[in-house]
Design a protein around this ligand. Structure first.
Ligand SMILES: *Cc1c(COP(=O)(O)O)cnc(C)c1O
Length: 374
C-alpha cells in the first residue's frame, strides 16, 4: 500500500519509471556522452529537488535549468554536480552564479563582455545559434566566438547549440536539423584549425537523442523524455518505450446530491438534467489543472471509472459527476493524470483537449501540490 500524504492534491513520482527512462536514454548514447537533464520549470512540474536528488543517486552529475534562481534553489536544497543556466541572467544576479557555483550560458557577444566585466571568474557555456535564432551567437561569427574563448575572466567549459526541428522526421526538417549539426561542427573545426582547445560540446535534447542518436556529443540535455513523455501521443506509441514518471491526484472533499434543474458552480454553468451525485475535488486551476477542461471537456478517474468534470473549474476546487460510480465518499482519491485499474488519463489527453503540448500542461503544475516519491 502506498502511503499518501494527508494533503488535498498531490503528485506521485514513480522512481522506477525514472530509473527505466534514464537507462533507455543512456542505452541510446555512447558511454562518452553524459546526460545533463533539464530540471527547469520545477523539473517540468515534477519537482526539481526530488527529481534532481533521485537522478544524482542514479549517477547523473550535471543538470540544466532556465534561470539562476532555479539553480540557486537546487543548491540550497543540497543538489551537487554541475548546473548550467540555459537562459538570461540579469547582471545584478551574477553574484548568484558564483555563490552557487552555477555555469551561465553566454547568449551573445555583448553579454559575454558583461560577464567578463563582472570582475570575478565565471564558469560559462557559449550558446551557438545554428538556425533557431533564439539565444546564442551566430555560428558563422567565429571571430567573436574565439574572442569569448580568450576572455580573461570567463572559464568556458562548454559550447552548445539547440535543435529546433528535431521533433519532426519530415525530409525538410531532417535536412534542417543536419544543417544545424554541420554548422555546429564547423565552429569546432575552426577552433581546431586555430589551435584553440574546444570545450565540451552538446546539441541534443530529448528528440535529438531519440531521432538523431548519431549526433551524440559530450552531453545530452534531456528533459521531457526523461519524464517518460514525448511531444505527441504518436511519438509515444513508437519504441523505445518510456514510462511516465508523474501521476496527479486529488482528494474528494465532499459528495452531494443535486435535484433535477439545480445548477452547480460559477454561473451555474452546469444544470442537473435528473437526480445527480457530484463530488467536489480539492484541486483547481491554481494547481495547474487547465480551466479549459471545464464543462465536460475533461474527466478524472474515481474507483477506476470516468467522472466527467462538470461546470467551471474553480481556482481551488473542481466538480465532477459521480452519479454512475457507486460509493464515492469524502477522502477518496481522484486520478487527474495517471492510471486506476484498467483506466487511464494521460497528459496527452489533457494536452489535446486543451490544444497545447504536454510540456505546457506539466510545467504549469503548481507549487501548491505536494510531491511524493513512490
Ligand atoms: C528545455 C531545453 C532542453 C530540454 O528539452 P526537452 O525537449 O525537454 O528534452 C534542452 N535544451 C534547451 C536549450 C532547453 O531550453
Amino acid at each position: 500500500m502506498t502511503v499518501f500524504p494527508q494533503g488535498r492534491a498531490w503528485i506521485e513520482l514513480d522512481r522506477a519509471a525514472l530509473r527505466h527512462n534514464v537507462g533507455v536514454l543512456r542505452s541510446l548514447l555512447p558511454a562518452s556522452c553524459t546526460l545533463m537533464p533539464a530540471v527547469k520549470a520545477n523539473a517540468y512540474g515534477h519537482g526539481a529537488v526530488p527529481i534532481a536528488r533521485e537522478l544524482y543517486r542514479l549517477g547523473v552529475k550535471a543538470f540544466c535549468v532556465a534561470s539562476a534562481a532555479e539553480g540557486a534553489e537546487l543548491r540550497r536544497q543540497g543538489v551537487r554536480g554541475d548546473i548550467l543556466v540555459l537562459g538570461y541572467t540579469h547582471p545584478g544576479q551574477f553574484p548568484l552564479l558564483r555563490r552557487y557555483r552555477l555555469m551561465q550560458t553566454v547568449i551573445d557577444y555583448p553579454y559575454a563582455q558583461l560577464l567578463n566585466q563582472y570582475g570575478k571568474a565565471l564558469r560559462v557555456h557559449i550558446g551557438i545559434d545554428t538556425g533557431m535564432h533564439r539565444l546564442g551567437i551566430r555560428s558563422e561569427q567565429i571571430e567573436d566566438i574565439c574572442r569569448i574563448l580568450q576572455m580573461k575572466r570567463l572559464r568556458v567549459e562548454g559550447l552548445f547549440t539547440h535543435l529546433c526541428a528535431d521533433g519532426s522526421q519530415q525530409p525538410a526538417d531532417e535536412a534542417f536539423t543536419l544543417a544545424q549539426a554541420r554548422a555546429f561542427d564547423r565552429v569546432t573545426d575552426e577552433l581546431a584549425a586555430r589551435g584553440i582547445p574546444c570545450p565540451k560540446r552538446h546539441l541534443q535534447s530529448s528528440d535529438g537523442v531519440l531521432h538523431y542518436p548519431e549526433l551524440a556529443a559530450d552531453y545530452a540535455r534531456v528533459g521531457l523524455a526523461l519524464y517518460g513523455i514525448r511531444s505527441t501521443r504518436e511519438d509515444a506509441r513508437k519504441a523505445p518505450i518510456l514510462k511516465p514518471v508523474l501521476s496527479l491526484k486529488a482528494r474528494v472533499a465532499t459528495v452531494k446530491s443535486l435535484y433535477p434543474g439545480e445548477g452547480a458552480g460559477y454561473a451555474q454553468a452546469y444544470i442537473a438534467d435528473r437526480d445527480r451525485t457530484i463530488a467536489v475535488l480539492a484541486i483547481g486551476y491554481a494547481d495547474g489543472l487547465p480551466r479549459a477542461l471545464s464543462c465536460g471537456v475533461g474527466a478524472v478517474l474515481i474507483h477506476g471509472r470516468r467522472a466527467p468534470i462538470i461546470g467551471r473549474i474553480c481556482m481551488d476546487q473542481t466538480l465532477v459527476d459521480v452519479t454512475d460510480i457507486p460509493c464515492v465518499r469524502a477522502g477518496d482519491t481522484a486520478v487527474v493524470i495517471g492510471t486506476c485499474g484498467d483506466a487511464a488519463v494521460s497528459v496527452y489527453d489533457l494536452a489535446e483537449a486543451t490544444h497545447t503540448i504536454p510540456n505546457e500542461v506539466l510545467s504549469r503544475l503548481g507549487g501548491r501540490l505536494d510531491r511524493v516519491r513512490v
